[in-house]
Design a protein around this ligand. Structure first.
Ligand SMILES: O=C(O)[C@@H](O)[C@H](O)[C@H](O)CO
Ligand SMILES: [Mg+2]
Length: 390
């Protein structure tokens, strides 16, 4: 069996461009899908996929480890977010091909099923985000949370914390405290609440001021309380707060996750299988996490193929905790994407079709071509004009 070509399909999904990667083979009807969605970097990623094609076209797609090594080691330069997203999508497609060829779901190749369903969490709709940054109306915010839960979820991730840097303004801290308490009162104890700081606080002291007022509502985790990449700083913060922390959507290599594990820096890691080397990279990271007593709550770049890949990973990964979900998002979701993802009681069912069991309708996808994305970071400016992390 040989790989005959690699192509990308870019679909503008309103807030982001999905980057799907198709790996074709010389076997009739046998191809694989992966996803490399990396917001605001779309053209760089599709170019990186093109650059990688030379390493894999003509090769046997079933030699996944071998091709992963070619794509990563022949690079010489560290691949970073753009290069590894391209590698990830190709890797994902190789697993799809191999599993389809064998007539089994991908999770069978990963060691088989270790659970009966996959718990997911979702977000509030984009339109509500204004209310999430610490200034909005608390009861409207709680209404939005309740509506989301009533859509069939028992876990939601919310934004509580406004743009900040080296100071947590007391007014904002008190608002966040009220907001968090109101949300918990509204949803009760059975709904898991997570909150994403997006690395807005520039240091542990600023982060701690917000964490301390959220911790009493017992979130499942607080995500990226400070910028990723400084495991020692994260570990120091973890020792000063009474709350599980998480990070990982912007980390890529086993080494970065090993540092978190060695230092006991977070309770859960959140690798994104579309950025951390696909399933081949993700499996290495899962093993490291297990050795460090860390759970895995995979990030999703808000793409449909990425969600399917994550589902298969979650079915077969023992230290999995919860999955970030992205189904729906655009009204024409089901026109371009056929998939086996069924949400029952806030969890995905285990898919049984060969491969990921998904297909992209390329004709329908072509109706939504690339468009430059609106960058929400442009709003991340402190009152005095200082640019902040968003
Ligand atoms: O955890 C999340 O889903 C977020 O951090 C997103 O990755 C970020 O807003 C970019 O869209
Ligand atoms: Mg995040």
């Amino acid at each position: 069996m040989k790989i005959t070509g690699i192509s990308t399909v870019v679909v503008n999904a309103i807030h982001r461009n999905w980057i799907f990667v198709k790996v074709q083979t010389d076997q009739p009807g046998l191809h694989g899908w992966g996803e490399a969605t990396l917001e605001w970097k779309t053209r760089a990623v599709t170019g990186a996929v093109e650059d990688l094609a030379q390493f894999v076209v003509g090769e046997d797609p079933r030699r996944i480890e071998h091709l992963f090594a070619k794509m990563t080691k022949f690079s010489f330069w560290p691949l970073g977010a753009i290069g590894l997203s391209a590698v990830s999508a190709i890797d994902q497609a190789l697993w799809d091909i191999k599993a389809k060829d064998l007539g089994v779901p991908v999770w069978q190749l990963l060691g088989g099923r270790v659970r009966d369903h996959v718990r997911v969490y979702t977000h509030l709709r984009r339109a509500r985000i204004g209310a999430q940054v610490g200034t909005g109306d608390i009861s409207a915010f709680c209404d939005a949370v309740q509506e989301t839960v009533e859509m069939g979820y028992n876990a939601v991730k919310l934004g509580f914390v406004p743009y900040c840097a080296y100071e947590a303004p007391l007014r904002d801290v008190l608002h966040v405290e009220k907001l968090a308490q109101a949300v918990r009162e509204r949803v009760g104890p059975d709904v898991a609440i997570m909150t994403d700081f997006h690395g807005r606080p520039a240091n542990a002291d600023t982060a701690k001021a917000f964490i301390d007022v959220i911790a009493p509502i017992r979130p499942l985790f607080i995500e990226e309380p400070i910028q990723p990449g400084n495991a020692a700083a994260m570990a120091a913060l973890a020792r000063r707060v009474d709350c599980p922390l998480a990070t990982g959507e912007r980390l890529f290599t086993p080494r970065e996750f090993a540092e978190l594990a060695e230092l006991g820096a977070v309770a859960h890691i959140q690798p994104d299988l579309s950025h951390c080397g696909g399933l081949t990279g993700g499996r290495r990271i899962a093993a490291i996490a297990e050795a460090g007593q860390m759970g895995i709550a995979p990030h999703n770049p808000m793409g449909p193929v990425a969600g399917s890949v994550a589902l298969h990973f979650d079915v077969a990964t023992p230290n999995f905790v919860i999955q970030e979900e992205a189904v729906g998002l655009v009204p024409w979701f089901d026109e371009i994407f056929s998939h086996p993802m069924r949400l029952v009681d806030g969890a995905w069912e285990v898919p049984e079709a060969p491969g990921y069991g998904i297909e992209i309708d390329e004709k329908a996808a072509a109706c939504h071509p690339f468009e430059p994305e609106v960058i929400p970071a442009l709003e991340a400016v402190l009152p005095d004009g200082t640019i902040a992390h968003w």
